[in-house]
Design a protein around this ligand. Structure first.
Ligand code: PLP
Length: 294
């Protein structure tokens, strides 16, 4: 997947009221080196990011992604991003995405070691083809996240509710899931509460209620889950944020991993036990997620 657009951003103060931030953007060759070797994003994973899905040149749910970027920045003690500046950068990147599915990444790093300012940039590229997985689904295994459900409140410095660049653990969990013969993982707390997947939120259907674990600091608030819940509610379907004990996972009659680029991947198996795929419903959900959303 070749990068085809990259923009370095000179971060503006949050109260900078400019209406045209073009002078703060520098388009760079996506194939050329652009970061300093002193970058704390690469040395320490010290920064935050967002991945925005783009459908036929329309960036999806930009405001929700910007809100989460600002939330992550606050949790990480990074300077508050100027959201209008980021919105304009996303608009520029989106204008370079052609037909089909693309992904725009927003990255805000703490910057260069001992440097004066954070480093910010945006990339855009064609997205991987997830059309099969949206139909065929994913087999998942539950993996212990290694902390109990009191940890987010007890140890906020673990930054569990922030979308940080430190995804090594998440990637290791997916590799472990593959070693166990599955495609993906569902993290559970050490006291047996269902959390999220390494790169997606979980939605379960139990007794006709669409459930997702509450984003109470221990997991990310998923923009796709938020959007899916709005769509479900429009149709009069019941949604709920609820703590789900791991022991209740098998009571779901359908389940999905949802995220901005893969969209809704139905779960076909949990820890080796098959779970039915509701093909019609999944197709309608993905049709909605593929339609232009703001
Ligand atoms: N949870 C984690 C840990 C993620 O990394 C992601 C997305 O990358 C999500 C949930 C889903 O978030 P979104 O729907 O905004 O893509």
């Amino acid at each position: 997947m070749a990068w085809r657009f990259a923009l370095m951003i000179d971060p503006a103060e949050p109260d900078d009221a400019r209406t045209d931030f073009t002078p703060t953007f520098t388009e760079v060759d996506p194939a050329a080196p652009a970061l300093s070797v002193g970058e704390l994003s690469t040395q320490r994973g010290d920064g935050i990011f967002e991945s925005v899905g783009v459908i036929d040149g329309h960036a999806q749910e930009v405001q929700a992604h910007l809100d989460r970027l600002a939330h992550s920045a606050e949790l990480c003690d990074l300077p508050a991003p100027n959201l209008e500046q980021w919105r304009e950068a996303v608009a520029l990147a989106e204008s370079r995405c052609g037909p089909g599915e693309s992904v725009i990444k927003l990255i805000l790093s703490r910057g260069v070691d001992h440097g004066p300012a954070p480093t910010a940039w945006i990339t855009a590229a064609r997205a991987a083809d997830f059309s099969q997985v949206r139909v065929r689904g994913v087999r998942v295994v539950t993996l212990d996240r290694g902390y109990d459900s009191g940890v987010p409140a007890r140890a906020p410095w673990l930054l569990l509710g922030a979308k940080t660049l430190s995804y090594a653990v998440n990637m290791a969990a997916i590799r472990e899931a593959k070693r166990r013969g599955a495609d993906d993982a569902i993290f559970v707390s050490s006291d047996g509460i269902v959390l999220e997947a390494p790169t997606a939120s979980l939605i379960l259907r139990i007794d006709d209620v669409y459930l997702t674990p509450a984003p109470n600091g221990g997991i990310l608030q998923g923009t796709t889950q938020l959007s899916a819940f709005a769509w479900l509610e429009q149709q009069g379907l019941a949604t709920e944020y609820r703590d789900v004990p791991t022991t209740q996972l098998h009571t779901a009659d359908a389940a999905w991993l949802v995220s901005s680029v893969r969209l809704a991947a139905p779960i076909s198996e949990i820890d080796g036990t098959p779970i039915a795929i509701d093909a019609d419903f999944t197709a309608r959900l993905n049709e909605y997620l593929l339609s232009p959303r703001d």
